[in-house]
Structures are given as structure tokens and as C-alpha cells.
Design a protein around this ligand. Structure first.
Ligand code: KIV
Ligand code: ZN
Length: 513
């Protein structure tokens, strides 16, 4: 049997640390369900101490997921560990992930602790976590810039204290592939009790090397890779799950292990994560980009027609690319909607939510005859956010005409009260945003505005992302509609809702420990 490479997905934790990518509890649960279908081995669901919402999200994922290990992150602090223990109470297979920085710069400048103090804290933390579960992961934050002797000592002590997985993060994406592979190899060779644990890696992409570094580590003995869908994550992101998995599978001649990933779920989950977080996938992105399997040059097209292997090293259908299937239409009933949503991993907890989704579905089917899976995903996102939104769009009239100044008249519901405003702008979207701001006076800055067609054709829904920033908080709001001005208004209001929720969250890698 081929040894297993464990896939630890941290889209819901490190991925969520991408500016603006914060997710609600329900969004996390939806992604977690898809991660389970993808057959990842571990889902890192969040950082429970960060906020009550984060705690609830981890708890909800732990309650929902049955076939995959669920993990929560903690600093090496009792209060963090106890919070994770509590959030994971109902998990079928809980893991506590503890981290503390081990590089000289982090220990001196951030923690203001001596190496011995850091070591003592790490040992105490691992022991405390073992009270809750026998699956404890220890991460030496910034291992890529740590001194090898200290790294060996602290890892040996963490294993003695009960850690079962040792994670080696290249936290700032500083290492090069051969160097990082050698680091992992040296640790495995030098640490006397290394054979008792799984070695894991967690690489950031600051130099565009996260996947290369992870793969090199696997070739040098790592048996777990931490990664995210679409490479989402802090700053330049983490290693992209889809790239790691397909590299190992496609080049089995160079790896003595493989994953359990169900690769046909890769494209659907990539789209789901992109639509929930508002981070579009670049067209030339490996595996999941729209052009990843498109051949433009005549020579390439000719070659592929004669024999696919001339220019393709993977098959598009093996990673989940298939022609958009028309799944539902105007005449489809509630049961057909429920069944298709279930196939997509979406189940509503109440009949009311299904009814609300069905009403939206019928409205959409009146405007757009063919409803694709992507339309359903967007529709569900809207239904879920409608349940908790403070700002609702009641009516919008936007007007643009050659030679005239565009204007927008909008009626909003704000916590149950109606307000109306009219504004002019440089275009109908600008006028709409000005009208909204004249009512809500949020003081937020618009950082990004983007529109993507969810499917093809002129009747496609436009999916709009609006990124707002206020006092250092960044959020992405999404809205979808066949009318892009309406989609824009929905996205702006969704961002305002998220901005309200965002404040008061703690960041795992900032702060005092
Ligand atoms: O990048 C990092 O070091 C992390 C740790 C918490 C594992 O995200
Ligand atoms: Zn990280």
C-alpha cells in the first residue's frame, strides 16, 4: 500500500486571515461539508479564542462534520486551549493545534521571552491540550527562520509532552525549496523521538514558493501538508491544496506517498470558496483557473486533437471541470431544488430557509431560464446572509443615459426601519453607493469593486465583490443578480453587515503571545 500524505486544510483558519476573507458560521459549515466530500484528512475550522463568532463557527463545524478530523487553533496559553477543547467537544475526531514562535526575532521582539521560557510554555501547553484529546499538533511558528539546535530541542520536548504531529511552518515564506526540504530531513534525522510523530509543513507564499517548498518537504519525509483552497491565506497566501494534491498525483514517479483526495471535487470547492470569500480565481491559476485547460495556439490545439497527452498532463474532468450542467429551470419544484442542493453539499437546518431559497430560485428562474450549480451556490449565500443582515435592499431605481448625469434612488431597510435617498454619480453604480452612504454614513472606504459573470451568456448573473475598509478592518461583501447595479447594491450592503461583525476579533499571530 502507498503511504498516505495527510492533507490538512486550513482554508477556514489561515485562509480566513486573508484581508477581507472573513466567513460566517454558516459559510464555514458549507465549506466544511465540501471539504469532507473532497476527503481532506483534517479541517482546521478556526481560532476559537478570537471571538464568540469564531468559537461558534468551530463548534458548528465540529457538530456537522463526521468523517473528517476537526481542528482548532490555540496559542500556547491555557485560556486558548480550554476554548478549543470546549469548541471541539462534539467533534467525532478532535485535534488541538498549538503554536508558539521559535525564531530569535519572534521570541525577542514579539514574545519578549527567552528560549527556555518558550520551551517551558510549549511543554505546558501540549500537556494541557492532551487533557482534551490524544491528537495534539505542535507548531514552531517561524520555524523557517529558527535556529536548528533550538528547534530540535523544543520539538523533542513537545513530543515527550504528548504532541502527535509536529508542524514546521515557513511563516513568512522565506525559505527556498531545497533548503526547506533539508530542514525537514535534518529535523527528522536529529530528533531522537521523531519516529513517534508525523512531520507536517505549513508554507506561506511570499516568494511564490509555498507549493514548491511543501513538495520538497514531502520528498524529504514530511507526511502532512497544510494548505488552502485556491492558496488563500495570510498575505500572499498558503500552499494551494489543488496544486499540492495534483503535483503528487501526477508525478507519482517522484513521490512515495499519495493523498486520499477526491479530485473531482476540486473545481466545485474552488468556486464555492471564491464566491463566499469574494476572492476571484485568476484565469491562469493552475488546476482551477478558467484557462488551466484551454489551448489557444493552433499548434497546441492540433496536438491535443490528435492526442490529448501532447499538451495535457492531467485531464480536466479528473479535477472536476465539466461543461456547466443545466440543473434546474423555471418548472423545477421544491423537491428538485432540495435534491440538487443536497448533491452540492447544502442542507438547510429549517424548512423556512428552504422556502426562502425556493422563492429566490423562482424569481431567478423567471429572469434566467437555465439555472446552473454556480447560480445555486450564489443563491444560497444570499439566502443565508438575508437571515442575519441588518441592511436590506427594498427598492432601487438607477438611471443612466447618454449625455445625462446618472442617478440612483434607493430605499433601504435598516434594522426594520425604511430610509430613502437619491444621489447622482459618475455612473449608476457610483450613484447607488453614494445614495447608500448618504443613508448609513458608515465612514468606510471602498478598496475594491469587481464584477464577474457567474456563468456564461448575457443573461448570466453578475457576481459583485465590494471590499470596504474602516479603521484597519477589511471586509469583502458579495451580491449576485442578473442586473449588475442591483448586484452591486447587494454587495455593498453585505460588506456593511460584515464590517459591523468584524470589529472585536483577535488575530492569532498578533498580540502578546
Ligand atoms: O504561518 C504560521 O506559522 C501559522 C501557524 C499558526 C501554524 O499559521
Ligand atoms: Zn500560516
Amino acid at each position: 500500500m502507498i503511504p498516505q500524505l495527510i492533507i490538512f486544510d486550513t482554508t477556514l483558519r489561515d485562509g480566513e486571515q486573508s484581508p477581507g476573507a472573513s466567513m460566517t458560521r454558516d459559510e464555514k459549515v458549507r465549506i466544511a461539508r465540501m471539504l469532507e466530500r473532497l476527503h481532506v484528512d483534517v479541517i482546521e475550522a478556526g481560532f476559537p479564542i478570537a471571538s464568540p463568532d469564531d468559537f461558534e463557527a468551530v463548534r458548528a463545524v465540529a457538530q456537522t462534520v463526521r468523517d473528517t478530523r476537526v481542528c482548532g487553533l490555540a496559542r500556547a496559553l491555557e485560556k486558548d486551549i480550554d476554548r478549543v477543547g470546549e469548541a471541539l467537544k462534539s467533534a467525532e475526531a478532535p485535534r488541538i493545534h498549538i503554536f508558539i514562535a521559535t525564531s530569535p526575532i519572534h521570541m525577542q521582539m514579539k514574545l519578549r521571552m527567552s528560549p527556555d521560557q518558550v520551551m517551558q510554555r510549549a511543554v505546558q501547553a501540549v500537556k494541557r491540550a492532551r487533557r482534551y484529546t490524544d491528537d495534539v499538533e505542535f507548531s514552531a511558528e517561524d520555524a523557517g527562520r529558527s535556529e536548528i539546535d533550538f528547534l530540535c530541542r523544543i520539538i523533542e520536548a513537545a513530543i515527550d509532552a504528548g504532541a502527535t504531529t509536529i508542524n514546521i511552518p515557513d511563516t513568512v515564506g522565506y525559505n527556498l525549496p531545497e533548503q526547506f526540504g533539508q530542514l525537514v530531513k535534518t529535523l527528522i534525522q536529529r530528533i531522537p523521538n521523531a519516529d513517534k510523530v508525523i512531520f507536517s509543513v505549513h508554507c506561506h507564499n511570499d516568494l511564490g514558493l509555498a507549493v514548491a517548498n511543501s513538495l520538497s518537504a514531502v520528498q524529504h519525509g514530511a507526511r502532512q501538508v497544510e494548505c488552502t483552497i485556491n492558496g488563500l491565506g495570510e498575505r500572499a497566501g498558503n500552499a494551494a491544496l489543488e496544486e499540492v494534491v495534483m503535483a503528487v498525483r501526477t508525478r507519482r514517479d517522484l513521490f512515495d506517498c499519495d493523498t486520499h483526495i477526491e479530485a473531482t471535487e476540486i473545481v466545485p470547492i474552488s468556486r464555492l470558496v471564491s464566491s463566499i470569500t469574494g476572492f476571484p480565481v485568476q484565469p491562469n491559476k493552475a488546476i482551477v483557473g478558467a484557462n488551466a485547460f484551454a489551448h489557444e495556439s493552433g499548434i497546441h490545439q492540433d496536438g491535443v486533437l490528435k492526442s490529448r497527452e501532447t499538451y495535457e498532463i492531467m485531464r480536466a474532468e479528473d479535477v472536476g471541470w465539466m461543461a456547466n450542467r443545466i440543473v434546474l429551470g423555471k418548472h423545477s419544484g421544491r423537491n428538485a431544488l432540495r435534491t440538487r442542493l443536497k448533491e452540492l453539499g447544502i442542507e438547510f437546518s429549517s424548512g423556512e430557509e428552504l422556502n426562502a431559497a425556493f422563492v429566490r430560485f423562482k424569481e431567478l428562474a423567471d429572469k434566467k431560464h437555465e439555472i446552473f450549480d454556480e447560480d445555486l451556490q450564489a443563491l444560497v449565500s444570499e439566502t443565508e446572509s438575508a437571515v442575519r443582515e441588518s441592511y436590506t435592499l427594498i427598492a432601487l431605481h438607477a438611471c443612466s443615459e447618454t449625455g445625462e448625469v446618472p442617478v440612483a434612488a434607493i430605499t433601504l431597510g435598516i434594522k426594520g426601519k425604511e430610509s430613502h435617498a437619491e444621489m447622482a454619480g459618475s455612473g449608476p453604480v457610483d450613484a447607488t453607493f453614494r445614495a447608500i452612504e448618504s443613508i448609513v454614513c458608515s465612514g468606510a472606504h471602498l478598496k475594491l469593486y469587481s464584477v464577474n459573470a457567474i456563468t456564461s451568456g448575457t443573461d448570466a448573473q453578475g457576481e459583485v465583490t465590494v471590499r470596504l475598509e474602516k479603521e484597519g478592518w477589511i471586509v469583502n461583501g458579495q451580491g449576485a443578480d442578473t442586473d449588475i447595479v442591483i448586484a452591486s447594491a447587494k454587495a455593498y450592503l453585505n460588506a456593511l453587515d460584515k464590517l459591523e461583525a468584524a470589529v472585536q476579533r483577535e488575530h492569532p499571530q498578533r498580540g502578546d503571545v
